[in-house]
Write a protein that binds this ligand. Structure first.
Ligand code: NAP
Length: 618
């Protein structure tokens, strides 16, 4: 084993352990920004793409390199910007005014909180960001030019600078994730991640293999032109789709760099390199089509119900095994060029076939898994190009994706194989006993407002329906109105409420709900028994008591929020239709449950209006 390969493997194992250790400390609150940040970091596939696009070895390799530069710069530019945009939304509660005796105006002890950050208008911040991105690119270009000019003719000097830049870049990525473990330092994490990326890009642009920059500049410009608007204007409710798309870009970049490298180096490719290249291309292409399918399902372009047929798993496993077999053959005979396109096509087909049988709301678990595939594909690229920063970033991305998938599976009490092969989410036919009419208590928004007004404590439980209705701003208004009337208001966040980990936290942060008003399931579950009203807004499966006792239920064993223990449960949804799991919710038939039928976007404002009216009258 060569010493470089040995170091590479050492770095990979170390970075994977480090990744697991750091990422498992990231609070659930920040899981969505974590996904976006690791996406941005995985955009470091850019360094492999820059060399292929700038080396001008063949027309094919230059074109593949330029596409890869475009795809990875979408992730880099867009990924960092959207992570920062999200993190800017997270705020703590303002400290209540402290009276002379040390108590807050409301009579409670004053909570120390940092001064609220100055609020700039969103438009001004967007403008600043665009300017910042342009300045960032210009500074990088100037710096590279200066360094090349200073070290011209001395390849060893530039290689040393590149190695140091990679080393520092890798350290910055680890630090970025470390700072993401706390909301107060999270934005610093984005900044250090950007510094790491800048170092990696500058180190690469110095490489003597790069002969010209026109394709690189073109790729960077097109990538930024796509990535910046995606980061600035994509609604927070569409975050799952954006993440799926960025995995597609990451997978594509890695696969194209691998393809270019194969055609440039064949048949003189050492066995280990050919093995790594096979993994890079296989995982890269399957991540590309798999993530595009996930995007289609999340965006509603494809049916979100699982599409299944007899023998499906056999066909899928057969396609993957054939591709893996061909990769193995290429390791021994790298000159068998006819096999390479077949591997690529099989990987592309397998990626799509893997997603077809999976239901729409399982897409978050799937995209996390694809995230880890994209990471592994990037790490494999690092082995092919003997590039340590790629190995580090790939290992971090891989561990983050895997860890988040495990967390989601645990929160749903499901296994990976059940998610991937269980065709979960098909509508369950109701059994005869279920069909028999059962009484449901319903209330109008006016009646619901009266009940809320009489409560002393309210726990709001948001779910996927709140996201679909984009009702988070109205929900914040409602919590404010209740708070002003002296009612204690908390938010209970289930780990898989919505369509991605931390989805509810980001939406509520977008609506300015302070993050210390949001409580994880484990923190708040015991409080439901003492609360007057549990107000469920567009949530269904995560509050379904069947998960506790119905052994035949698809959600059996999933930990749920104990809303049924509240004195009164109020549920805002449009109908009695089931949620993602496709099953009835017995909570809706409980004697202490009141259904308030309607779109959350319409019902919540009515509640606010009624409560404000009664507040004014009081
Ligand atoms: P859910 O079970 O999918 O239920 C959402 C409810 O929202 C529906 O019953 C729907 O009822 C209602 N709704 C839809 N549009 C609405 C609107 N405009 N106004 C008011 N209500 C509306 O959602 P959940 O309770 O949040 O549970 C999430 C599900 O996703 C779980 O099954 C979980 O396992 C799965 N999942 C989540 C993740 C994750 O990371 N978050 C990952 C994998 C799987 P109506 O149609 O009657 O209005």
């Amino acid at each position: 084993m060569s010493s470089s390969l040995e170091t590479g493997l050492f770095v990979f194992v170390l970075a994977t352990f480090l990744g697991f250790e750091v990422i498992r400390r990231v609070p659930k609150l920040l899981h969505t920004p974590l996904m976006a940040l690791t996406n941005a970091i995985s955009g470091v596939a850019l360094v492999g793409s820059l060399v292929v696009a700038g080396a001008h070895e063949t027309t094919l390799s230059t074109i593949l390199g330029a596409i890869a530069v475009t795809a990875s710069s979408i992730n880099v530019v867009g990924g960092f910007m959207i992570t920062d945009r999200m993190l800017r939304m997270f705020r703590r509660r303002r400290a209540p005014k402290v009276a002379a005796d040390g108590t807050a105006a409301s009579g409670q002890a004053a909570v120390p909180a940092p001064a609220a950050p100055k609020q700039r208008s969103e438009r001004a911040v967007q403008g600043l960001f665009t300017l910042g991105a342009a300045a960032y690119l210009a500074a990088a270009a100037l710096f590279v030019w200066l360094l090349r000019w200073a070290g011209s003719g001395d390849d060893n000097a530039t290689r040393t600078i590149t190695s140091i830049a990679y080393l520092l870049g890798g350290a910055c990525f680890v630090l970025a994730l470390r700072w993401l473990t706390d909301p107060t330092t999270a934005r610093r994490g984005v900044l250090i991640g950007e510094v790491g990326m800048l170092l990696a890009v500058i180190g690469t642009l110095l490489k003597p293999e790069i002969l010209s920059y026109e394709w690189i500049v073109l790729g960077l410009l097109v990538g930024s032109a796509i990535g910046i608007p995606m980061a600035l204007f994509m609604p927070m409710t569409a975050m799952p789709q954006r993440i799926a798309l960025s995995h597609a870009f990451g997978g594509l970049a890695a696969a194209l760099v691998g393809t270019a490298h194969y055609y440039l180096a064949t048949p003189h490719i050492p066995m280990f390199t050919q093995g790594a290249l096979g993994v890079e291309v296989l995982l890269g292409f399957l991540t590309f089509t798999g993530s595009l399918m996930a995007f289609g399902k999340l965006q509603g372009l494809l049916s979100d119900r699982p599409i299944v047929y007899r023998g499906q798993n056999l066909v899928n496993i057969g396609a993957f095994a054939t591709a893996a077999g061909m990769v193995a053959y290429l390791i021994v005979n790298p000159g068998a060029t006819a096999l390479f396109p077949i591997v690529a096509v099989l990987a592309l087909a397998f990626g799509a076939m893997l997603i077809i049988p999976i239901g729409g709301a399982d897409m978050p678990t799937v995209i996390s898994l694809l995230n880890s595939y994209a990471g592994l594909s990037g790490a494999a690229m690092g082995f092919v190009l003997d590039n340590k920063v790629l190995i580090i970033a790939g290992a971090l991305d891989g561990s983050s994706g895997l860890l988040l998938s495990i967390i989601m599976c645990r929160a749903m009490n499901r296994s990976f194989s059940n998610v991937l092969f269980g065709a979960f989410g098909q509508l369950q036919e109701p059994v005869a006993a279920d069909i028999e009419e059962r009484p449901v208590r319903s209330a109008t928004p006016d009646e619901a407002a009266e009940l809320l007004d009489a409560a002393r404590s309210v726990i709001i439980v948001p779910g996927y329906g709140m996201a679909v209705a984009q009702a988070q701003h109205k929900v914040h208004e409602l919590s404010d109105v209740l708070g002003k009337r002296g009612i204690d208001v908390k938010f209970a966040i289930h780990p898989v409420a919505g369509r991605m980990p931390g989805h509810m936290n980001v939406l509520l942060a977008e609506a300015n709900v302070p993050y210390d008003q949001l409580f994880d399931m484990d923190q708040i579950n015991d409080d439901f028994a003492q609360c007057d009203v549990a107000l469920v807004i567009g949530a269904n499966d995560v509050v379904n008591p069947a998960a506790r006792h119905a052994t035949s239920s698809p959600i059996y064993g999933m930990p749920i929020l104990n809303v049924d223990q509240a004195q009164t449960v109020m549920v805002i949804k449009r109908s009695m239709r089931p949620g993602f799991a496709g099953i009835e919710n017995e909570l809706f038939y409980n004697p202490n449950t009141l259904m308030v039928f309607g779109d959350a976007k319409a019902v919540v404002p009515q509640l606010v209006q009624e409560l404000s009216k009664s507040g004014a009258a009081a």
